[in-house]
Design a protein around this ligand. Structure first.
Ligand code: HBI
Ligand code: FE
Length: 302
């Protein structure tokens, strides 16, 4: 589980040597052999799930990258990423302020945390580490449409900072970049980094009858709160990445005003306008009998 920073605990990374844009040197030689071993263990565990659960662009990017054997050297990956979609990776100590984070995305630079979790954190992590940031986020940066979307998200971040709506914009990132699903040949697949870097949530997001699965809608997501300390209670489903690329180019100012003027939706709420792929059974459902997921669109009240 990955949760955004909250003020009630100190950030874990070493920010003392960070530059003004919060970047630091990765110092790849400083990783201990035990850290590379933990990386291999994390990688192998996730790789075993990808064919069944991950979106095709993620699977194809993973197969063309070779970072199973050791913690990746960010500069080395950046050269192939630059050729693919003109993105590059920048090393950071961990969470960085929103405005700086957005400015990196707007410059087609993805911030990657350089420290790796401890063995006892293999299944629960409070702050994103290099396995979440790299394994979860980097493969999709090789997809041209998603790569263009993410730069536009960064540009929208600067506007949101001026409008005081960063909390609303973050919901788009949360329900897509971190926890998004996508429909492929009638099947639901995961593309969100928070899902794909988590062994349990990768399976839960697709197999469990507990959470809702609802077709993505920009207006709906901008009004929907999210939980940061547990599996998601609602996953939003894209038709394709172009839907996200089109959505991020809209004028958000009326959408922000609308979201501020209307009641917010809770993480498990369903609304009249929802196109429902799966009506979640709730907490009880996670112990329920696994059922075939309905992938056709159910009309509300079905
Ligand atoms: N910093 N390193 C890092 N990684 C993130 O994903 C990140 C961040 N700072 C802010 C942030 N995400 C979110 O608050 C924004 O998406 C709104
Ligand atoms: Fe993330």
């Amino acid at each position: 589980m990955i949760s955004p920073k909250t003020s009630d605990y100190p950030l874990r990374g070493d920010y003392s040597s960070a530059a003004n844009d919060m970047t630091i040197a990765q110092d790849w030689g400083a990783y201990a052999p035990a850290e590379h071993e933990l990386w291999r263990q994390l990688y192998r565990r996730q790789a075993s799930l990808m064919d069944k659960y991950a979106a095709t662009p993620v699977v194809s990017a993973l197969s063309s990258l070779d970072f199973a054997d050791a913690i990746p050297n960010l500069e080395r990956v950046s050269s192939s990423l630059k050729r693919a979609t003109s993105w590059r990776l920048v090393a950071v100590p961990g969470f960085i302020p929103d405005d700086i984070f957005f400015s990196h995305l707007a410059a087609r630079q993805f911030p990657v945390t350089i420290w790796l979790r401890k063995p006892e954190e293999i299944d629960y992590l409070v702050e994103p580490d290099i396995f979440h940031d790299f394994y979860g986020h980097v493969p999709l940066l090789f997809n041209p449409v998603f790569a263009d979307f993410l730069q536009l998200y960064g540009i929208k971040g600067a506007e949101a900072g001026r409008l005081g709506t960063t909390d609303l914009l973050a919901r788009i990132y949360w329900y897509t970049v971190e926890f998004g699903l996508i429909k492929e040949q009638g099947q639901l697949k995961a593309f969100g980094a928070g899902i794909l870097s988590s062994f349990a949530e990768t399976k839960f997001s697709i197999d469990s009858p507990a959470p809702n699965r609802v077709a993505f809608s920009l207006e709906r997501v901008l009004r929907t709160e999210y939980r940061i300390d547990d599996f998601q209670q609602t996953y939003f489903v894209l038709e394709d990445f172009d839907q996200l690329f089109q959505a991020i180019q809209r004028d958000f100012r009326p959408l922000y005003a609308d979201s501020r003027a209307k009641p917010q939706f809770g993480p498990f709420d369903l609304t009249a306008g929802d196109q429902i792929h799966w009506r979640g059974l709730g907490r009880a459902g996670s112990k329920g009998i696994p059922q075939q997921l309905v992938t056709g669109i159910q009309s509300p009240g079905h």
